[in-house]
Design a protein around this ligand. Structure first.
Ligand code: FMN
Length: 394
C-alpha cells in the first residue's frame, strides 16, 4: 500500500488503513463512510427547510433518480496482474494542478447547513489541494472565502447578473482574489419547480442568505437607496431581480470573454450542439450537468449524454462532469466515458452539515480513497489509463 502524502496525488487509499488503525484505539470515523447513507444522516441533523433545499430536486425527482440509474447501467470490468500497486491520481485541468480529477461543485448558501459554510468547505478542500468552485450565491464574501482557502486552488462560479456593471465588478473581485477559472452556470437563469422548497415556502435568498457577494459589492451597493445593513429587504429584492429571470444568448458570451482573462467553462451543457457552440465561442470547457436534477424534471441523465459530448468536443476543450457522482466507482465511470474531471455536490454539503470543515474533509477523503482503491483494484495506475473499454453496459 502506498503511504505517500495524499496532497501529492497518491496514497488517498491510506485513509482506509487510518480508519482501521484508529479502530484499534476505539476511535471510529466521525460519521458514515457510505456515501449513499449521508443523505439520511444529514436528514437527522438538519431542519426540514435546509435539508429539503439540499436534498431536493425538481418536480417528481425523476432527473435526480435518472442520474443515479445511469451510473448503475455501466459496470466496470476489472483487469488482473497489472502491477497497479503504486498509483498517481494527479492531473491538471485548465492550468490548475489537482491531486485527483475531482473538484467541489459550486453550492450556494452553505450557511443554511453550517454557520461556517463556504469558509469550512474552502479550508477542507485546500487542506487536500482539491479545487473548490465558489458560488455567486455564497453566504460569505469572495474575499473571506479566498482567505480561508489559503494556498488552495480557486475557481469561481458566476450566476450572470443582468446588470453589466455589477457583473463586471464581481468578475474583477473574483480575479483579484485569485480565482483562476470562471464557471458560468447556464441552466439556472430562473429556478426550477422545486416542491420540497415550495411546500415549506423555503428560499434562502429572499431571507438574505447567500447574498454576501452582491451585498459587499460597491457597484451593487451604489444602486441601492439605502445600504443592505439598513434595508435588507429592498437589497434582496434588487438582487433577486438581477440574478434571476433573464436568460442569455450565445451572442452575449463575448461580454464575459472580454472581462475574464482566464479560462471560462460553461456549466449545464447537455446537448453536443451546445458543446460545439461553446467551443466555437472560444470557451475553454463545459460541465456536462443537469444541476443534480434540480432544474428540469424529466431531463436526460447527465451521464447518458457525456459520451456524445466528449466525442463532439473533447479534442478541443475540457469536458467536465457532474450530477449524481457519489462513489469512487462513479468517478471512474465518468472519467472512462470521457470526463477530464468530475465535480461532486450534495455529498460534501452533507459532510458540512454533519461535521463542518472536518465533515467536508471526511467525505472528500472517503471519496478519494474509494477512487484510489477502485482504480487499483481494476488494474489502473492513473486516470489517464481509463477509456470506455473499461466498462460494459449492464
Ligand atoms: C444545495 C445546492 C445548491 C447549489 N447551488 C449551486 C450554485 O450556487 N451554483 C451552481 O452552479 N450550481 C449549484 N448547485 C448545483 C451543483 O453545482 C452541482 O451541479 C450538483 O449539485 C451536482 O449534482 P450532485 O449533487 O448530484 O453531485 C447546487 C446544488 C445543491 C445541491
Amino acid at each position: 500500500m502506498s503511504d505517500t502524502d495524499g496532497a501529492a496525488g497518491a496514497g488517498f487509499a491510506a485513509y482506509q488503513s487510518e480508519i482501521y488503525l484508529n479502530g484499534l484505539e476505539g476511535r471510529l470515523p466521525p460519521f458514515t463512510t457510505d456515501p449513499t447513507a449521508l443523505e439520511d444522516a444529514a436528514r437527522g441533523r438538519l431542519e426540514p427547510g435546509p435539508f429539503g433545499y439540499v436534498a431536493g430536486a425538481a418536480g417528481s425527482g425523476s432527473t435526480a433518480r435518472a442520474n443515479r440509474e445511469a451510473f448503475d447501467r455501466w459496470r466496470i470490468v476489472p483487469r488482473m496482474l497489472r502491477d497497479a500497486t503504486v498509483r498517481d491520481l494527479r492531473t491538471t485541468v485548465l492550468g490548475t494542478g489537482m491531486p485527483a480529477p475531482v473538484l467541489l461543485a459550486p453550492v450556494g448558501v452553505q450557511s443554511v447547513v453550517h454557520p461556517d459554510g463556504e469558509l469550512a468547505t474552502a479550508r477542507a478542500a485546500a487542506s487536500l489541494g482539491v479545487p473548490a468552485v465558489l458560488s455567486t450565491a455564497s453566504s460569505h464574501t469572495l474575499e473571506d472565502v479566498a482567505e480561508a482557502s489559503g494556498d488552495g486552488p480557486r475557481w469561481f462560479q458566476l450566476y450572470w447578473p443582468d446588470d453589466d456593471e455589477v457583473c463586471a465588478g464581481i468578475l474583477e473581485r473574483a480575479r483579484a482574489t485569485g480565482h483562476t477559472t470562471l464557471v458560468v452556470t447556464l441552466d439556472t437563469w430562473t429556478l426550477g419547480w422545486r416542491p420540497h422548497d415550495l411546500d415549506l415556502s423555503y428560499l434562502p435568498f429572499i431571507r438574505g442568505v447567500g447574498t454576501a457577494i452582491p451585498f459587499s459589492d460597491p457597484a451593487f451597493r451604489a444602486q441601492l437607496a439605502r445600504p443592505p445593513e439598513e434595508d435588507p429587504v429592498s437589497a434582496v429584492l434588487r438582487w433577486v431581480q438581477m440574478f434571476t429571470g433573464t436568460d442569455r444568448s450565445w451572442e452575449r458570451l463575448p461580454f464575459l470573454r472580454e472581462r475574464w482573462d482566464g479560462p471560462i467553462v460553461l456549466k449545464g451543457v447537455l446537448h453536443p450542439d451546445d458543446a460545439r457552440r461553446a467551443a466555437a465561442a472560444g470557451m475553454d470547457g463545459v460541465v456536462v450537468s443537469n444541476h443534480g436534477g434540480r432544474q428540469v424534471d424529466g431531463a436526460v441523465a447527465a451521464l447518458d449524454v457525456l459520451p456524445e459530448i466528449a466525442a463532439a468536443v473533447g479534442d478541443r476543450i475540457e469536458v467536465l462532469f457532474d450530477s449524481g457522482v457519489r462513489t469512487g466507482s462513479d468517478v471512474l465511470k465518468a472519467l472512462a466515458l470521457g470526463a477530464r474531471a468530475v465535480l461532486v455536490g450534495r455529498p460534501y454539503v452533507y459532510g458540512l452539515a454533519l461535521g463542518g470543515e472536518d465533515g467536508v474533509r471526511h467525505v472528500l477523503r472517503g471519496l478519494l480513497a474509494d477512487l484510489d482503491l477502485t482504480l487499483g483494484l481494476t488494474g489502473h495506475r492513473s486516470p489517464a489509463e481509463l477509456s470506455p473499454e473499461v466498462l460494459r453496459q449492464a
